[in-house]
Design a protein around this ligand. Structure first.
Ligand SMILES: Cc1cc2nc3c(=O)[nH]c(=O)nc-3n(C[C@H](O)[C@H](O)[C@H](O)COP(=O)(O)O)c2cc1C
Length: 274
């Protein structure tokens, strides 16, 4: 069997989960389909398995990722739908991903929600820092093995196995920190203080113009030679530029980082369904 590890992953947590699940199936071949930087037309044969991992932005799929997933075409190809979120919540993202996969001719036979280090996480305000960690990746690989088992059962004449992803259990969320978060968001929105819309240079002089941020930006919001400027109409705030800059020349100084760090400390566990 060939497994396709398909992902949109500016800060590479979704990529790591997709690959761990795909490898865990024991597939003879794992083919990477990286949609982070461009859309690709990919035909997925019915004999293959597609493992699709996408991050959660504001409880949804990032619109750019949804657009890029439209280049996939299956023919009843079995698929695993996975969303990766920053330890807050994933709300509608998984059902959106399952719907897009169905529309692309894929048959969603398994699904999962994993946690990845939040794009806004920093040393000062850690949010799910270091995730996926070794435990998460071991679970992803083990889940891949169970997906392979389900495929074998199906091949032996078992049920086709399409699942209803809304049946997946949600992670436990203590009430008090959630209420604190909601109150904090209301305060920020009513405060009238303009919130930063894009990552910015932390110090214009520390930028070495190496161009790595230009290469890693999934939306073309940073122009080569003009790396200290960000086009706010294109920026999706993924923070790939912030996290990759070895001279720490860029920051995303959002007040949501401290709020998320304080309110979502408790580790959320991955969930799977098949
Ligand atoms: C604009 C934006 C919005 C986000 N919204 C959420 C969210 O609603 N819930 C959550 O738990 N994490 C949220 N995150 C965190 C990402 O889902 C998380 O960091 C994910 O691991 C990033 O995936 P990647 O490493 O594949 O890019 C958000 C991140 C960004 C950049």
């Amino acid at each position: 069997m060939t497994a396709y590890a398909i992902y949109f992953s500016p800060t590479r947590t979704s990529e790591r989960i997709a690959r761990a699940i795909a490898r865990g199936t024991g597939a003879d071949e794992v083919i990477d389909v990286d949609l982070t930087h461009d859309a690709r037309r990919v035909t997925l044969p019915a004999s293959a398995l597609a493992v699709i991992a996408i991050p959660v932005y504001g409880g949804h799929l990032p619109p750019l990722a949804a657009e890029r997933l439209r280049g996939l075409q299956g023919s009843g190809t079995p698929a695993v739908a996975v969303v990766v979120y920053g330890n807050r919540a994933y709300e509608n993202a998984l059902t959106e991903l399952a719907a897009l996969a169905g529309a692309a001719g894929l048959n969603v036979i398994a699904a999962a929600t994993f946690v990845g280090e939040h794009s806004y996480s920093s040393d000062r305000w850690p949010i799910a820092a270091g995730r996926p960690d070794a435990d998460d990746l071991a679970l992803a690989a083990e889940f891949g093995g169970r997906v392979a088992g389900k495929l074998q059962d199906t091949a032996r004449g078992g049920r086709t196995g399409t699942i209803d992803v809304s049946r997946i259990s949600r992670p436990r969320q203590p009430l008090l920190p959630l209420l604190r978060f909601i109150a904090g968001v209301i305060r920020l929105r009513r405060g009238g203080k303009p919130l930063p819309r894009t990552p910015q240079p932390s110090d214009r002089h520390s930028c070495t113009h190496c161009g790595l941020c230009v290469t890693l930006c999934p939306s073309g919001a940073i122009a080569r030679g003009d790396e200290t400027r960000t086009d706010a109409t294109k920026c999706i705030r993924c923070c790939a530029c912030v996290k990759s800059c070895s001279s720490h020349a860029r920051i995303y100084d959002t007040p949501f980082a401290s709020l998320l760090s304080k309110c979502f400390k408790r580790r959320k566990a991955p969930r799977t369904i098949l």
